[in-house]
Write a protein that binds this ligand. Structure first.
Ligand SMILES: [Zn+2]
Ligand SMILES: [Zn+2]
Length: 141
């Protein structure tokens, strides 16, 4: 004899709304990173090289989509991002194609004034080790 007392069906409103949007941007940045890593910075002065390398490192480098006007010959022949002078002009005038400083005034290689300070974040975990040994009072019924 097993008399199952029917469980009183309780109508609980189900509040399960676990909806989280999936963002799939990761692949895009991956390709971009690969492209950025393939960029070789040449012909610019050491200072600009540092700046451009920094931009690539921190993914702030925006490759040029269309040729820009050269500041010297005024034709659309600047094909490098952030450059203001085309390769030909910078070569003949002996200037940095980015900032326009003549090569005589370029700082010698090795002297980098651009320091990338890496901040060390000390993770300080607030460990709560408060083990309260509270005694349960059993009240006799
Ligand atoms: Zn030019
Ligand atoms: Zn420069």
């Amino acid at each position: 004899m097993s008399s199952q007392k029917g469980n009183a069906s309780r109508n609980r409103p189900q509040k399960h709304q676990n909806r989280f949007a999936f963002k799939n941007n990761l692949h895009d940045t991956n390709i971009r990173t690969k492209r950025l890593n393939a960029i070789q910075i040449n012909h610019v002065c050491p200072r600009c090289k540092d700046i451009l390398e920094w931009k690539i490192k921190y993914k702030k480098y925006k490759p040029l989509k269309a040729a820009k006007n050269c500041n010297k010959c005024h034709t659309k022949c600047v094909k490098e991002a952030y450059h203001t002078v085309c390769q030909q002009c910078s070569g003949s005038l002996k200037i940095c194609p980015k900032c326009g400083v003549s090569r005589d005034q370029w700082p010698s290689n090795g002297q980098t004034t651009f320091e990338n300070g890496e901040e060390d974040d000390n993770d300080q975990e607030n460990s709560d080790d408060k083990s309260d040994l509270s005694e349960n009072d059993f009240l006799p019924i």
